[in-house]
Ligand binder design. Structure first.
Ligand code: HEM
Length: 448
């Protein structure tokens, strides 16, 4: 085990595991829950932190483990959820820095492109309604474990009719860490100060201060931790997103443009990585495999115009690294990503199978406005941040594109290859902004 700073600053056993480590489990179930009885819900939460882990499932922390557990469990609360708990004693967000959390994902939807078919009124499983109070996520090594833990949790929900299951969303890994569209995912993550790393790939970026991902007092942070301390300190926020992917539409686009650019090259340009994960910044012409430790070890300093990796590609927009044309401090926008695909692998022989597939994404940060929402609003869905982008251009994979206005530029030394008139490939089917309390915070909730 290595640490990124000489002294770990974070109390790992107090912080929910999901924030600081990827679990790399085979399956996930996200329960969307409503609190019907505050006292019963507090007992339920107390059980999740003080039970024995055998008869009653336990919240997973970021503490080091020698043996990987069979399952991991994490819990988040919407603002409505915190209110439904009827805590004794006031809690205060103290400033408008946490306004997105208070307003909730549905109210913020239009800002980040959740419009038209993706608008909150069409969201699934009651997401976007005031009834959503708790997001309870179970990650499991296999589906038997998932069902067994789900069974235990469901009997706990029923005790005292405290908790009502509104819906659940299931995901499962695809082979080789691929996501639908065929790309390998889970390569780039911020290296966080004071956190032990196992598998973090080397990169050329600054180590990110812990306060971007865990609520702690720090003179340099852009916020004050809300009160009371015991509830908020060492917690974090997550944007949970149900993102449906139009794989047939995406593959059609690649084929339609085949007279201009090879399908694999276009797929790579849209993402910034070849489908096997090799970054264009290091290998602009071929997807020949690179050693694993090279996969994230790049920046864009020798590629200002985006000849190797387009400035408008998904990974260069969502983390422009050191692209010098980007205004503002890129490193303050970083986020932790935990995602799992849902739906079976796409079969090119039956493109119109009618089966829904996509990604269940968790985007973790302390300032939803400055981190998650900023990325979506300014970098994914706008172009003003860079002088090298066409006016209307948006992220070709993730942006809320429409055929009337979509554009994607792929410059080379002399000219620019442009594609246009493509549709939106990733639609929002649900979202929730949740607070992920520390273990101390969960005990505070249970006892107040
Ligand atoms: C279905 C939805 C999505 C798909 C299929 C997708 C796909 C990918 C892929 C294939 C990568 C490259 C693998 C890697 O670098 O680890 C990536 C990276 C990334 N994505 Fe997405 N993504 C999705 C949604 C989002 C959303 C909603 C955000 C919003 C914040 C986002 C932010 C990022 C970031 C920050 C990176 C890392 C960039 C870097 O550090 O180089 N993605 N995504």
């Amino acid at each position: 085990m290595e640490t990124n700073a000489s002294e770990p600053k974070l109390p790992l056993a107090d912080i929910q595991g999901l924030i600081l480590r990827g679990y790399n489990m085979a399956t996930v179930r996200h329960f969307i829950l409503r609190i019907d009885n505050a006292d019963g819900a507090k007992r339920f939460i107390g059980n999740l932190v003080s039970g024995d882990g055998e008869t009653s499932p336990q919240i997973t922390t970021a503490a080091w483990w020698d043996k990987k557990p069979n399952y991991c469990l994490n819990i988040g609360f919407t603002y409505n959820g915190l209110e439904a708990l009827k805590l004794q004693g006031d809690f205060s967000l103290r400033s408008d820095h946490f306004e997105p959390f208070k307003q909730g994902a549905a109210a913020r939807g239009a800002k980040i492109g959740d419009e038209g078919e993706s608008a909150p009124e069409h969201w699934q499983g009651k997401l976007g309604t005031d009834e959503v109070h708790i997001l309870l996520s179970v990650y499991a090594q296999d589906s038997n474990v998932l069902e067994s833990i789900s069974g235990s949790l469901r009997s706990l929900f029923r005790q005292g009719e405290a908790i009502h299951e509104l819906s659940h969303f299931d995901g499962a890994q695809l082979p080789d860490n691929r996501v639908h569209f065929g790309y390998r995912d889970g390569i780039a993550q911020p290296t966080i100060e004071g956190v032990p790393t196992v598998r973090q790939l080397p990169d050329k970026q600054k180590v990110a201060p812990a306060y971007y991902f865990v609520l702690i007092e720090d003179d340099d942070s852009s916020y004050e931790v809300p009160t009371p301390d015991r509830l908020w300190m060492n917690g974090s926020f997550v944007a949970f997103r149900v993102l449906e992917q139009d794989v047939a539409g995406f593959e059609n686009l690649l084929q339609q443009q085949a007279d201009k650019i090879s399908p694999e090259m276009l797929a790579a340009k849209m993402c910034g990585r070849w489908r096997n994960g090799v970054p264009l910044a290091l290998s602009p012409d071929t997807d020949t495999k690179l050693p694993e430790e090279q996969l994230n070890n790049f920046d864009y300093s020798d590629d200002r115009k985006g000849v190797k990796c387009p400035v408008g590609s998904h990974i260069r927009r969502t983390n422009p690294r050191n692209s010098d044309q980007i205004q503002g401090l890129v490193e303050t926008r970083r986020i932790v990503r935990r995602g799992m695909p849902y739906g079976p692998p796409y079969d090119p022989h039956s493109p119109d199978d009618g089966i829904k597939r996509g990604l269940l994404g968790m985007f973790i940060c302390t300032r939803l406005d400055l981190q998650f929402e900023f990325i979506m609003e300014e970098w994914v869905n706008k172009s003003e941040f860079s002088g090298f982008l066409s006016n209307n251009s948006k992220d070709p994979l993730l942006g809320n594109n429409s055929p009337e206005s979509s554009e994607f530029d792929m410059p080379d030394e002399k000219t620019t290859l442009k594609i246009s008139e493509f549709q939106r490939f990733i639609k929002t089917r649900g979202g929730a902004y949740c607070f992920l309390p520390s273990i101390t915070g969960l005990k505070y909730i249970a006892n107040n």
